[in-house]
Write a protein that binds this ligand. Sequence first.
Ligand SMILES: Nc1ncnc2c1ncn2[C@@H]1O[C@H](COP(=O)(O)OP(=O)(O)OP(=O)(O)O)[C@@H](O)[C@H]1O
Ligand SMILES: [Mg+2]
Length: 260
Amino acid sequence: MSALLDISGLRIELGGRALVDGVDITVGPGEVVGLAGESGSGKTLTALTALGFVPHGAAASGQVRFDGRDVLALSAGELRRLRGDRVAVVFQDPMTSLHPMLTIERQLTEHQRVHRAMTRRQARERAVELLDRVRIPDPHLAVRSYPHRFSGGMRQRIAIASALACEPELLIADEVTTALDVTVQAGILRLLEDLRRESGMAMLFITHDLAVMNVVSDRLYVMRDGRVVESGPSRDVLADPQHAYTRALVEALPDTEGAR
Ligand SMILES: Nc1ncnc2c1ncn2[C@@H]1O[C@H](COP(=O)(O)OP(=O)(O)OP(=O)(O)O)[C@@H](O)[C@H]1O
Ligand SMILES: [Mg+2]
């Protein structure tokens, strides 16, 4: 199986310091891959290169291929198409992707209305359908509302719906459950699992919380200080961590989670 996303020997340097140093990560079509590691280990920086994002002033070397194409060499126009059509990202705080002053309908369909010449009515139907996919109750009412009306968990569902609008082949979920209560978290994880089954899209699931990895990912990479220190099938890594750092993370898990 050739990889959908193939990151190899990635190095991101800023001010003489390597923030990411020699990272190799692959995500196959339809595969869910976890990227774990403590805060500052380079997870977000690594993942965002899939969209061609590199921090201002930083230099990225190595290779990032999406569907065989060298992402770090794409033109601005090609990057826009990649971001609008094939790879989408959802962040920890849904308000970073949701605009407080726009109705849910506009946020979910603005891009499509421009790119696919949708009528007003088609846009509304599409928005309702997207909200339905992320299990927002009463989507006909919800499309006419503004983000502040919703709870954190519901906003995160809407942010996910917005990412799904372009039917991406790869969804990057960056700490999407971190800010939520445990029960709400579980609901979002179930939703992602369902969406993956329904759509067949691949996911790169980023978290500093190893406990959720067993639930969501087929394979797992553990990063520390800008490097991948361990990788393999999630079940194996969590059941029998080889690296001292991963072992410490696994041992720190609450018993009920670690034993799953
Ligand atoms: N735009 C930036 N400019 C400068 N340094 C940055 C930038 N973004 C991240 N860094 C630095 O790069 C390192 C890795 O950051 P990154 O955000 O990838 O970590 P992370 O693993 O995603 O952490 P977290 O779990 O807190 O989200 C950190 O030391 C961070 O301070
Ligand atoms: Mg991060």
